[in-house]
Design a protein around this ligand. Sequence first.
Ligand code: MN
Length: 632
Amino acid sequence: MTSTADSGEETVVYDLDPDCTLEDVAEGNYYHATVNGVVDYGVFVDLSDSVSGLAHESNYEGSYEVGDDLVVELTEIRENGDLSFDPVELEEYETVEVGHDYDIADAGELGDEIGETVHLEGEVVQIKQTGGPTIFHVSDETGVIPCAAFEEAGVRAYPEVEIDDVIRVTGTVEERDNALQVEVDTLDVLTDGDADDVRERLEAAFEERAEPHDTEPLVEWPALTQMFPDLKEVAAQLRRTVLESRPIRVRHHADGDGMCASIPVQYALEQFIEDTHQDPEAKRHLFKRLPSKAPFYEMEDVTRDLNFALEDQARHGQKLPLLLMLDNGSTAEDVPAYQNLAHYDIPIVVVDHHHPDPDAVEPYVDAHVNPYLYDEDYRITTGMMCVELARMIWPPITEELRHVPAVAGLCDRSKADAMTDYVELAEDEGYEESTLRAIGEALDYEAHWLKYDAGRNLINDVLNVGSDDEQRHRELVSFLADTAESEVEDQLDAAMPHVEHERLDSEANLYRIDVENHAHRFTYPAPGKTTGEIHDRKVQETGEPVITIGYGPDFAVLRSDGVRLDIPEMVSELNEEIVGGGVSGGGHLVVGSIKFVPGMREEVLDALVEKMADAEIDEELQSTTVGHEQDD
Ligand code: MN
């Protein structure tokens, strides 16, 4: 601020806002001041809350009392920040109000400000009480920075501040453990117009920064590219969620395709979190991925997720999460879990390729992307969709993802024409088709043993995404795939002699196996995969339409090739027709699983076989087996 009281023009006297600082004053200017102390050698005057100084008695006549208003000239600003004033008597002057001219810093660009005092304005997105200071995570247009305020060890500082409040922080930028944070000097909650201004600025910036990238599809495939606008909206919502520091919780099907879907999305989001959050812990807090054993969101899983989310909210001051369902989540079986979440502010986004029930699901979800909604089918696997989704979120990871759609397609036995292109794309990166299959087998094998764990780094190494040792990846995959194969051999050696065959009226072959009594339990492969392997052998052997049922005391796994089944439809019919059967289940049209009460097994299986016998033979004898089943 510069100004002089030139003769001829009207003299200006500045009136400082209480929050004005030394930055707002200049030598030679006139200011309104108030006496706050009288001493022998002069009076102390205040210009604002933090700007004050001395008027020496040699520079004025008369006397002042505390509380007197006067006009002073700022005669000197010393090196140490002390100010000297002369009281002045002015006949005529103009008063000019001075607001504090904050130079608001950018939370995302404090790297050059270490040791400096800065002002920040933003929204509180997390409040964490540590054993020492209270950490307010403040989000502005450029990033999120932790701001540490200390009241007393373990005591909540600024208890009036709540999540979503807009605040102004003044503090010192510090580096701790290679991460930046601001040590808070003052913190004020902004209200009314001030808060609205900041919110408007943030809103505009978030909207712009959430905008996903325009990417070219990895392969020319109109069936998939028609889904790009919807995938892009999901990408925008996920980026937006990160910017708002709302955690993302992924639940994905615990199989090869489910991992090919979730690992790239995790990798992309972690890069984006790192780019937007100063706190190195943010990646861990803001993203969690867990597998679902069942091909739907079980009550047990949702209860656990909700419980953790509420604990994180209470203990770590986090927002409630967004739920992202991958390779899972499109069916009516997911609805009870969604209804459970609906009691809380937890948005749900679904990307899946299981046969969907949009009428049941869509009242509960924010977004639902599924190839069936575009008259396509399971052949567009979730891994294929999610590699494109991940690239929209964070394109630089593209190089590491080129082989993933092929693995996803092979895992789910996609018969899409685009598979040729995907496999070629992977071959260009040095992956033989046999290697891609081995990766799929290895993923399946690890998913089995990981059970309810995500296997964060292990799965990255198996899939070779975000992993740093190519050699180890290859050796690991080959070991796991070989081991899995030999365990499947052992299982089938025991099971094959017990497979029963009958020819249905439709001429289709029906094979049945009691996987409870004629296969090893609690080992690899589980009943679903055991049934699938038997099925594949019979398809090869006969070259004819084949249906395979692997059953246990209260469940059956279904596979079919060359027969037009509609398993979800059969399940709902069985549930109506067999009173006291307790039939439930579903999956894909031709691959699925059903559950029933043990005492009604014979009735349910007989009725099931009858329905299968009625099913039409598929002219093209198209193999439509997909690796989706309840694997328990
Ligand atoms: Mn899948």
